[in-house]
Design a protein around this ligand. Structure first.
Ligand code: N2P
Length: 372
């Protein structure tokens, strides 16, 4: 296995790799000598998932990571990525399917497909009719990660369950010294700002984007950085106090702090005004060099125990119903990971916007980030 990613935990320690290689030899793999190139989000797989797959199949996996749908989309639209499997979120996947980026899946090679959750399949079919091109992987929310002590010190009654915490400039100003960070995810942040302001975040006409820009521009002076993975370690180490972040990633930060026993206590909230719910899906690019191996990996991922192990490791809900029997009780009953119906009802999924609106979103985002 080659691991080139810069973010996240190492995939496997040397010993595990050596053991996996030995096991691969001993097991006389069924599909020997293949290759597979995977491009996934950082911090989004268990430490032994890839090594176990390599040991079982003899396939040599190259595993790279990203932390932005826009970065992934740029590569996919340019073509010739060399990747066999990539993981866009729903609305990005939808636009990419329209652009001809993905090939249909061959269900005859996906015997474990029936393990998937039909409710989730139905939801993501809004992006991929008949679930023809993609397999739902993990899903989650974009919310508020916070250092309980640092926040309480600066604002004893801080509304940590509300976007008021950062969208009211007088609040944001209180936390500038300890560090507010925001995901570099324009469609998500602008959607959240629209929802907060009472506009329809799914409008395809771009109404309210000017107000969303004004809102974010006003709090811009209090934002330390825009980045979509750095905040995990920074939260865990007590180097920032508030991160607009992804559910599982914030919980990973909490877990790392607990493991380090460094006295840092991290919370995650789904703000009561509502937020985005997203679904990340595995799909095979049309020009993928190793299509059979990609199907083998997808079928492996749909084994209940395999994907349950990943959920247990990264704290994201997955789209595999049968895996729930193997998910830690603590995770299954955590309302920030599997939100109850009344919370779910207040979440919105991103949708594809016409190119004109997407261009406006990107221009606004550049202005906000650069402070111009
Ligand atoms: C994984 C983050 C993926 C969530 N670390 C964004 N879709």
């Amino acid at each position: 296995m080659t691991f080139k990613g810069v973010h996240g935990r190492p995939i496997a320690p040397g010993l595990a790799v050596a053991m996996a290689a030995a096991a691969a030899l001993a097991a006389a793999p069924a599909a020997a000598d293949g290759e597979l190139h995977i491009y996934n989000w950082s911090d989004y797989i268990a430490d032994d998932t890839i090594a176990n797959f390599e040991a079982e199949t003899g396939i040599d996996v190259t595993y790279d990571v990203f932390d932005s749908n826009e970065v992934l989309e740029g590569k996919l639209l340019a073509g010739n990525t060399g990747y066999d499997l990539v993981v866009p979120s729903g609305s990005f996947l939808e636009r990419q399917i329209t652009a001809g980026v993905f090939q249909p899946l061959d269900r005859s090679q996906l015997g474990n497909f029936n393990n998937l959750d039909t409710e989730i399949l139905e939801r993501v079919a809004a992006h991929d009719a008949d679930n023809a091109h993609a397999i739902p992987y993990m899903w989650g929310t974009t919310g508020i990660g916070y250092n309980a002590e640092m926040v309480a010190e600066r604002m004893p009654d801080a509304p940590v369950d509300s976007w008021d915490l950062i969208f009211k400039p007088e609040n944001a100003a209180l936390f500038a010294d300890c560090g507010i960070t925001v995901l570099d995810a324009p469609t998500e942040l602008l959607g959240i700002a629209l929802k907060y302001l009472g506009h329809d975040p799914r409008s395809t006409r771009g109404e309210g984007l000017d107000e969303a820009e004004a809102l974010l521009t006003e709090i811009r002076p209090y934002i330390k950085y825009f980045h979509s993975s750095q905040y995990i370690n920074d939260l865990a180490n007590g180097d920032i106090c508030i991160a607009v972040g992804w559910s599982g990633d914030v919980i990973i930060a909490a877990d790392r702090a607990a493991e380090a026993d460094n006295g840092v206590e991290i919370g995650y909230s789904i703000p009561r005004e509502g937020t985005i719910i997203w679904f990340d899906l595995f799909a095979i690019p049309s020009d993928a060099p190793n299509v059979a191996e990609a199907h083998l990996f997808l079928d492996y991922l749909m084994r209940p125990e395999v994907v349950a192990d990943i959920t247990n490791y990264v704290f994201y809900a997955n789209g595999n119903k049968a895996s729930q029997a193997f998910i830690d009780e603590e995770i299954l009953t955590d309302p920030t990971i599997y939100p109850p119906p009344e919370v779910l009802a207040n979440l919105f999924a991103d949708n594809v916007k016409p190119p004109r609106v997407t261009r406006t979103q990107n221009r606004i985002w550049t202005r906000i980030k650069t402070g111009t």
